[in-house]
Design a protein around this ligand. Structure first.
Ligand code: AMP
Length: 196
């Protein structure tokens, strides 16, 4: 695994453990020789992980839409800062450049980004691991809701378990290294041809 994309809040959140875990993940990535791809901002959780990877001598690629860069939130000191024209272009480039995707705690932007790449995985558009770093149980209620989507038969069990969940950066990276994507066909499942 050469490059990991990390989605996380543009805010720091209410608990200092969130920012601390962003830094811990950055440190673990550098220790494993993994480069960071992220949203290119200098603020909140995003700024924390990028700062940490730069400080530890790792490589960071930031990808930010022009309208956000113009608001002066871009991390302008990055050696590889790419300005794109839209949020759609940003996500497409993040997906193309990365070998896996992790969401740390964050808000709507973070949740939307991880759900989009996870959706692409369930449609076999890529076979890269997607994971949640569930710091201080931040995602517990979302995980309960995701179980409900399975019991109500809107989500295939294999697609639910595709998202790797850990509360510790090192454990999450270990599980990414051994990740095996499920072999599924969403269209067939939706038609009731291979329910499992
Ligand atoms: P949120 O979780 O809503 O704070 O949004 C964070 C995610 O959305 C990041 O992963 C970014 O890709 C994007 N995003 C939202 N707000 C900003 C911002 N002010 N600057 C850069 N990216 C942002």
């Amino acid at each position: 695994m050469k490059r990991l994309c990390v989605f996380c809040g543009s805010s720091p959140g209410s608990n200092s453990n969130y920012v601390q875990t962003a830094r811990d993940l950055g440190t673990e990535m550098v220790r494993h020789g993994i480069d960071l791809v992220y949203g290119g901002a200098s603020i909140g959780m995003m700024g924390a992980i990028a700062d940490c990877v730069v400080e530890a001598g790792g490589k960071v690629t930031g990808i930010i839409p022009r309208h956000l860069a113009d608001k002066e939130v871009a991390f302008t000191d990055l050696s590889d800062l790419r300005i794109v024209e839209s949020m759609h272009q940003r996500k497409a480039l993040m997906e193309e450049l990365s070998d896996g995707f992790i969401a740390l705690p964050g808000g709507l932007g973070t949740i939307e980004e991880i759900f989009e790449v996870w959706t692409w995985a369930q449609l076999n558009m890529h076979h890269k691991p997607c994971g949640l770093l569930n710091v201080c149980g931040y995602y517990d209620n979302l995980l309960k809701f995701l179980d409900h989507t399975v019991t109500q038969q809107f989500v295939q069990p294999d697609h639910r378990t595709m998202i790797v969940v850990e509360d510790d950066p090192q454990k999450l990276l270990e599980r990414f290294h051994t990740y095996v994507p499920p072999v599924t066909d969403k269209a067939k499942w939706a038609l009731g041809l291979n329910k499992n």
